[in-house]
Design a protein around this ligand. Sequence first.
Ligand code: OOG
Ligand code: MG
Length: 256
Amino acid sequence: MDRLLRYAETLDTAAREAKATAQVKPQDHAFTVAEAYQVQKLSVDRRLSRGEKRIGVKMGLTSRAKMQQVGVEEVAWGRLTDAMLVEEGSALSRKRFVHPRVEPEIAFLMKAPLAGDVTPAAAMAAVEAIAPAMEIIDSRYENFKFTLEDVIADNTSSSGLVIGSWGDPRIDFSNLGVILEIDGKVVEVGSSAAILGNPVRSLVAAARLVAEAGERIEAGDLVMAGGITAAPNLAPGQTVRSTVQNLGAVMFQVEA
Ligand code: OOG
Ligand code: MG
């Protein structure tokens, strides 16, 4: 079998069975970023062939806090499917994941397609609404350890997303305070400015990166802008809430 197909199958199976697997890059030094994006597509195609629907894209490693946490210093993107959606306020099972973490984020809802080199103003003209959000990431690699190529192949650890109420995207969201609470205790604080200085830059970067892969952001898509703070681990029984100034709060629970 083609080696890229083999990696895609291994990563897809690891996600499905919630069992960690070995990194690719340390064993295949020739593995490139371009090949990693091919593996990501092949592995998400397996999900789509099982009936999952594409719902948008996510940006990852768009803040210093995230880059430092995982030791990868490049922005990357991944693909989102409907099976990753977690209903706001619901409880999810820890068993679905290998070693899940949570990130406070901001989500965009698109009303027009976007691709290629666009200005921030053009990107915003394609946005229908913005919402407070959280991403549940879960690396399929042992010990949550990976290189840039590995994390791209693993769909940038995409695993779940929770979206709050959609609001007017014309507000100034460049520097909004963000608080992440677990069981009522503040565990992380930050600002939306942590996302590349302004979350709109993440949307601009998404348009460019997706176009490099020959794709585009579609009307109706969600775009996750990327984690604002470092991502704490999730444990059974936790209640997790993220509050974004002027946008509102979003929460979920982990089943006991
Ligand atoms: C990679 C994915 C990072 C973000 O928002 O920065 C990410 C990881 O940390 O596992 O989703
Ligand atoms: Mg994220």
